[in-house]
Design a protein around this ligand. Structure first.
Ligand SMILES: [Zn+2]
Length: 144
């Protein structure tokens, strides 16, 4: 019997899942403290080869954003072109000093503002060949 469709992460090691309080998984250099996402085995800043895995803050501030109005050609944003819906994409700056490129749950320019508080969420992205729902991380505006 085929197993019933499940929700699965779009890629391993990017975020904690399932979780009530999902976090992105990053690395921190034990030599210089540089934080990197996705997690790196060696430091992109000082090339040190010792990093520790950390979970970074769920909340950050919107650093810049745009609205993606046509299907992008490459992962991780590629999807089903026929069902494409415009979505926001932006960089969210976390307290750790990271700027994370991510989908935004909001695609209305009137509701996005540089510097606003954003919160990490895990949401459905598409379905794989087995009917599993693939989950991706995104940021949504925090209600004032
Ligand atoms: Zn380093």
């Amino acid at each position: 019997m085929p197993s019933s469709p499940q929700q699965i992460p779009i890629a391993g090691g990017l975020f904690t899942w399932p979780a009530d309080d999902p976090r992105l998984i990053a690395s921190r250099c034990t030599a210089c403290g540089e934080v990197a996402f996705p997690r790196q085995e060696s430091c992109p800043s000082c090339t040190g080869d010792r990093t520790e895995t950390i979970q970074v803050s769920r909340r950050g501030k919107l650093w810049t954003w745009t609205i993606q109005r046509f299907p992008p050609p490459t992962p991780p944003f590629a999807g089903d072109a026929e069902r494409f819906v415009a979505f926001g994409v932006g960089y969210v700056e976390l307290p750790e000093g990271l700027r994370i490129e991510a989908r935004l749950t909001e695609n209305d320019p009137a509701k996005l503002e540089i510097g606003m508080d954003m919160e990490l969420v895990i949401e459905p992205f598409d379905q794989d060949a087995d009917g599993n729902e693939r989950m991706i991380f995104a940021f949504r505006p925090v209600a004032p």
